[in-house]
Design a protein around this ligand. Structure first.
Ligand code: DX5
Ligand code: ZN
Length: 226
């Protein structure tokens, strides 16, 4: 993984056909996805349940780009090695998931992955001020995590504050929740470079009509570029 600040569209397979993940991943990558965003939920940290490390490992051979795994689980630390073994390129944990996010980020890097730290909408940018030397990505949630298709919550002030805190450091700012062609320019202008989008990418398409995914990805990218 090389670092750059170009806009990257990361479709969330939370909005894919759960009976057909391999084909869905191949379809979004063929249609221009830059990264593949994988939402892991435990029914405890968030009120929804998706899949665990065995499923994520099964996705790996289908992902040619970057497998970006977003853990919405608590605790995190007991599962870090399992997600390394599953082939995650980026492993993101929430700052709210436990008392020792600093140790968690050290452990993620120690296991050979890029380390991401996610902030719920109610958590201030300052929560990562002493974590930036351990982070390769900061994920700003623009919905309360747990479900796709929710309404965008404006976090542009937080994004701009993070962008200033990060400066020249090679740290991605990722936005997750309610990203579509209308909201993408707001977050891109504030300083985000990785845009996660679930419903706005998969809407209207299927593995039989993947060109719809392509048009949806292109519309978000074009809007973000202004
Ligand atoms: C929310 C997840 C998101 C979600 C985004 O808890 O972390 O990745 O899939 O979905 P949309 O783009 O539909 O808001
Ligand atoms: Zn996510």
């Amino acid at each position: 993984m090389t670092f750059d600040r170009a806009i990257k569209i990361a479709p969330s397979i939370l909005s894919a056909d759960f009976a057909n993940f391999g084909a869905e991943i191949r379809a979004i990558e063929d249609q221009g996805a830059d990264w593949v965003h994988v939402d892991v939920m435990d029914g405890h940290f968030v009120p929804n349940l998706t899949f665990g490390p065995m499923a994520v490992k099964a996705f790996r051979p289908h992902v040619k780009t970057v497998m970006d795994v977003h853990l919405m689980i608590a605790p995190v630390d007991p599962y870090i090695d399992a997600y390394a073994d599953a082939g995650a390129d980026v492993l993101t944990a929430h700052v709210e998931a436990g008392p020792h996010i600093h140790r968690t980020l050290q452990a993620i890097r120690g296991a050979g992955m890029k380390a991401g730290v996610a902030l719920n909408p109610g958590t201030p940018a300052e929560a990562v001020a002493h974590l930036l030397d351990l982070a390769d990505l900061v994920c700003v949630m623009t919905v309360n995590p747990g479900f796709g298709g929710q309404k965008f919550i404006d976090m542009t002030g937080k994004i701009a504050a993070l962008r200033a805190m990060i400066g020249d450091r090679p740290i991605h700012i990722e936005i997750d929740g309610g990203v579509d062609p209308r909201t993408a320019p707001l977050v891109a202008q504030a300083g985000a470079d990785v845009l996660v989008a679930g419903s706005a990418v998969f809407k209207g398409g299927s593995v039989d009509h993947p060109e719809v995914y392509g048009a949806n990805i292109a519309a978000i990218r074009m809007a973000a570029k202004g």
